[in-house]
Design a protein around this ligand. Structure first.
Ligand SMILES: *[C@@H]1O[C@H](CO)[C@@H](O)[C@H](O)[C@H]1NC(C)=O
Ligand SMILES: *[C@@H]1O[C@H](CO)[C@@H](O)[C@H](O)[C@H]1NC(C)=O
Ligand SMILES: *[C@@H]1O[C@H](CO)[C@@H](O)[C@H](O)[C@H]1NC(C)=O
Ligand SMILES: *[C@@H]1O[C@H](CO)[C@@H](O)[C@H](O)[C@H]1NC(C)=O
Length: 959
């Protein structure tokens, strides 16, 4: 408690004497300080003492001087120093950086509530935005040759993206034990004294990747394993000449080295992580009651210190120096940050999900009287906006994911409509990455999805720029395109809310970050604000049903359904997808007539609109939409896992003979488990996938390490296994995993096991299936990413084929390094299901990703396709099955016309089935379920799925 801290300002004896007049002159400048000064002045003159002169006198004792400095500092509020907006150079300016003139920009400035769009030039110099429009042109003349001029040709320019919740550098990538786990201490639930800065790894591969997505600033927070996990820090992502973590900091609080400068200026904002609910509970075996008590105990401790300081300073400020002469200023190094929270000088960032947790923390803020900056994750915040508004001081912002939900109880009621509902209730909305939970390179995609589901355009762009800048306390320099602001800008290749928007260049502190950016030209339509569907009804239902609106499909009331204003029709025959109808223009839109779930006529109106065909039809206007075959998801345990972290909702893990003793009653080592036996139906992830046009899922059993088992194909829209169409295919393929597990079994053991299973199959079930694989009758699917392991598998395939005498079907899933062996994979006829479609180097064996635009000429998927490798895409977690259509649409956009819509659809459907031993390829077109979308085709970001046409069940489901 009595640990000495240096006074937060240099003792007054060293200050230049200050006259009362000077102080008076400054009064109007700092409003918050002014109130305090006015009161103090009144008091001091009332006592007949010139208080400030007393305290700036050179002849006070050092102790009194220190006491005065401490007490004065208590009233200083954080914020930019006086005159900051007049600065001519950034503190982060790197000498030698060239000036840049960006001509003809279409600027989203952040002004006017995010509605201002400005067509103008921007001049960058000395690390700041020197001028916009006329100012830029006036200043430009002075530069002569020492300026780089770039004509951005009417490209969209936004402020750099600001990520309010990141673990960049503290949970770094690729994961290595020496550097990845620096975000959570396990030394107790209350650790406000820890600083994420102390573990900030400068070699995280993600910095460069996230910059390539436009991220320029991030708040790096401690993890959520603690109730109070410690202090976060705001960084700029660019490389610095110093190469140090400290050099990355943006306006670090002076507390990092107690270097309080000799100025009257304000403090700098500090950041503190809090967490409630499951995460801190899990680590310490706590209940929610324990967590909140831990908070209250900590806050009570901080309040005691604060009160002691205030009592002490009342004496000092009343001039009763004798009474404090022999008492040190009450403070404690461990608790000083918490005392600062109570003084309103810390942005408190609270990880908190459920209604009960939000309510607890709001109560806590009122009991101890401190404001909080934002609730993070907060999956139930949209259900209790009024509770949030009762928080002490001001309503917190809400920092959320767009569609990442249902991974634990706390997230089960999460809704894609949360952002719009929160905004409608007047709460500030921030979209955040929680990097590497989601890859912050695609933080803008979170904003795009929020926009798609109804967050207004201005707020959606602000949700990753101006709003987080403000919540961080950094909106005096980042988050806007404003004269005098940090020169952090992104030049985009499309409207920022168009799917696939990619930076053409990113400036941080005026320094261009992309060395040789690769850009493809996008069609003009991409430059406009995307037109989004209406989701009012769905958003209302989300609130009405407290996050669990019914998702079951409704069957059309009439046996005949007439789809009008159809722009295109895609059908599939076997494994081939083709476009069978395509309207040339708006006048040319067609119709599709469906009877008992089967298309009976499609094409131009005249041909189909006969009374015999459409009498008593239910009409669905597709508004220029399309009919396409449904997509197929693979990679996640969809159907086996409902709430990932709730064991009671999941199938569980299969035994792995390489690490477990497999019970002999199931066949011992020769057991091979079937996913179909564990399937559950009607889950929310499955039904949301169905409603997004992902009609089939292929799922393998969940293994511990090497062994998985036999995969199955099921219909995501089925409500029971006994429904006629629920199981599409009992058994698809044999699945194993070969990875660097870091312990037994070694990679060589896993390869050795696979070789033996193929060449010398044991007796029993496993033996039979591997014999079928060796004979080319069943597909073998190996989950792996490492190019070295893939190379070994190419050789193993050859070896087996030579020995057995026929070709075997081998598919790689994962495959993030497969592009390195594209040629060999093409020659060996080995297909790849890339998981995920947008690669990220999570682990060492995935580190050699091909990142795609703007960092590389081609994406890994394009490289594989070019070498005639059959490619599909997959996902990791069940919640993201619903986003498959955007994953595929994004691939099509990136390919810039090199692949057709039909080919793209195949990457998300038929290719996946073919590579996983699907027999649906043999089905006739009349047996394939189709998806009807309004306002675009299935791969269009802004289309809406309206119906599923099912010849198999003889009906149309309306969604
Ligand atoms: C900002 O924009 C949102 C959405 O367009 C609107 O609802 C809100 O009222 C605006 N706020 C102000 C202060 O104009
Ligand atoms: C303290 O840290 C700040 C910010 O990094 C730096 O500018 C300053 O030089 C440091 N002071 C000392 C005494 O190390
Ligand atoms: C459609 O199904 C209904 C009910 O099963 C049946 O009565 C009717 O004949 C079918 N119509 C056609 C055109 O197959
Ligand atoms: C891929 O297949 C096409 C068509 O069969 C062929 O023309 C081309 O040479 C092949 N490319 C490679 C790299 O094998």
């Amino acid at each position: 408690m009595e640990k000495a801290l240096p006074p937060p300002y240099a003792p007054p004896a060293q200050r230049r004497p200050r006259s009362a007049r000077l102080v008076l002159l400054r009064l109007p400048i700092l409003v918050s300080l002014a109130c305090f000064l006015v009161i103090l002045y009144g008091f001091a003159f009332g006592q007949g003492i010139d208080f400030w002169q007393a305290y700036t006198r050179d002849n006070v004792s050092p102790q009194t001087a220190a006491a005065l400095a401490h007490c004065r500092a208590l009233h200083v509020k954080p914020g930019p120093p006086e005159g900051f907006d007049k600065r001519t150079q950034s503190d982060r300016y790197v000498p030698g950086t060239k000036a840049y003139l960006l001509k003809n920009a279409k600027i989203w400035t952040g002004e006017k509530n995010g509605t201002e769009i400005f067509h103008a030039d921007i001049l960058l110099d000395k690390g700041i935005i020197k001028g916009i429009g006329q100012t830029a042109r006036n200043l430009y003349r002075a530069y002569k040759e020492d300026i780089v001029t770039i004509d951005v040709k009417n490209a969209w320019v936004t402020p750099g993206i600001v990520d309010l919740h990141s673990h960049l550098g503290s949970a770094s990538s690729p994961e290595l034990e020496g550097a990845s786990g620096d975000d959570n201490s396990i030394h107790g639930p209350i650790l406000p004294w820890l600083r994420v800065l102390d573990g900030l790894n400068t070699h995280d591969d993600s910095y460069a990747l996230s910059i390539a997505g436009g991220v320029t600033t991030a708040l790096v927070l401690p993890g959520s394993a603690n109730v109070i996990g410690g202090q976060g820090f705001t960084i700029k992502l660019r490389k610095t000449a110093e190469r140090s973590p400290s050099a990355m900091l943006l306006e670090p609080p002076y507390q990092i080295n107690s270097s309080f400068p000799d100025v009257d200026g304000p403090m700098r904002w500090r950041q503190m992580k809090h967490a409630c609910g499951e995460n801190p509970s899990r680590v310490y075996g706590n209940t929610r009651m324990d967590n909140i008590w831990a908070f209250r105990e900590a806050y009570n401790k901080a309040r005691e210190i604060k009160n002691a300081q205030d009592t002490y300073c009342t004496k000092v400020e009343e001039g009763r120096f004798d009474e404090v002469a022999h008492t040190p200023f009450p403070q404690d190094l461990q608790w000083e940050a918490m005392v600062d929270v109570l003084r309103g000088r810390v942005k408190v960032q609270v990880h908190c999900y459920e209604t009960v947790d939000l309510d607890d923390v709001v109560r806590l803020t009122n009991e101890f009287q401190f404001p909080i900056a934002a609730f993070h994750h907060a999956h139930e915040a949209y259900l209790v906006p009024d509770t949030l508004k009762q928080a002490y001081g001001h309503p917190p912002a809400v920092a959320i994911f767009a569609t990442l939900a249902r991974y634990k109880r706390e997230a089960y009621r999460g809704s894609e409509f949360a952002a719009r509902i929160l905004a409608q209730n007047g709460l500030q909305v921030v979209m955040k990455s929680d990097h590497p939970v989601t890859d912050s390179r695609y933080l803008l995609y979170e904003a795009q999805q929020a926009f798609l589901y109804g967050l207004p355009e201005n707020l959606a762009i602000a949700a990753v720029t101006s709003t987080p800048a403000q919540i961080l306390g950094m909106d005096h320099r980042v988050g806007f395109v404003r004269e005098g602001y940090d020169a952090d800008l992104v030049i985009w290749d499309s409207h920022p809310l168009a799917l696939g928007a990619t930076p053409k260049q990113v400036f941080i502190d005026g320094i261009p970050q992309l060395e040789n950016p690769v850009i493809t030209r996008k069609p003009n339509a991409f430059q406009r604000t995307p037109e989004v569907p209406n989701y009012d009804r769905e958003a209302q239902a989300a609130v009405e049903y407290e996050g669990l609106p019914p998702l079951e499909p409704n069957q059309a009331t009439s046996g005949t359904v007439l789809f009008t204003n159809v722009r295109s029709v895609f059908t599939r025959d076997g494994f081939e997808v083709s476009e069978t109808f395509s309207a040339q223009d708006h006048e040319d839109l067609g119709v599709v007539v469906v009877r008992n779930g089967t298309i009976v006529c499609s094409g131009h109106n005249a041909a189909c609109l006969t009374s015999s065909l459409v009498d008593e039809a239910q009409v669905v206007d597709l508004v220029g939409g399309a009919i396409s075959p449904g997509l197929t998801t693979f990679g996640s345990p969809l159907g086996l896992v409902e709430i990932d972290s709730e064991a009671s909702t999941n199938d569980g893990l299969v035994f792995d003979p390489l690490v477990d003793r497999v019970p002999s009653i199931i066949g011992g080592d020769a057991a091979l488990v079937r996913a179909v036996d564990g399937l559950q139906f009607g889950g929310r992830n499955a039904l949301l996938a169905y409603r997004s046009g992902v009609l089939n899922a292929i799922t393998a059993p969940v293994g511990r390490r090497f062994y998985a088992g036999l995969s199955t194909t099921f219909s995501t829209g089925a409500l029971s296994k006994l429904d006629e169409e629920a199981i599409v295919q009992d058994v698809n393929a044999v699945h194993v995993t070969i990875r660097h597990f870091g312990s037994a079994p070694s990679v060589s053991t896993q390869i050795g096991t696979l070789r033996r299973l193929l060449l010398d199959p044991p007796n029993g079930d496993a033996g039979l299936w591997f014999k079928n694989v060796a004979e080319g009758k069943v597909t073998l699917v190996v989950d792996t990413d490492s190019a070295d392991i893939i190379a070994t598998l190419v050789l193993l395939k050859r070896e087996v084929e030579v020995r057995v005498g026929n070709a075997i079907h081998l598919t790689i899933t994962g495959g993030l390094e497969a592009h390195l062996l594209a040629k060999e994979l093409g020659q060996a006829n080995i297909g790849v299901i890339q998981v995920q479609s947008r690669p990220f180097p999570t682990t060492w064996e995935k580190r050699r990703i091909l990142p795609g635009h703007p960092l590389s000429e081609e994406s890994s998927i394009e490289v594989l396709l070019k070498h005639n490798v059959t490619v599909g895409i997959g996902i990791i977690e069940p919640w993201s099955a619903r986003n498959t259509r955007f994953d595929v649409g994004w691939i099509a956009i990136d390919a810039g016309g090199d692949i057709s819509r039909a080919q793209a659809l195949a990457i998300g459907s038929t290719n996946v089935e073919k590579l996983l031993g699907g027999k649906v390829g043999t089905a006739t077109p009349s047996a394939v379920d189709l998806v009807a979308t309004e306002g675009g085709d299935l791969l269009d970001f802004t289309s809406k799925v309206k119906a599923v046409i099912s010849p198999k069940s003889g009906s149309v489901n309306l969604l």
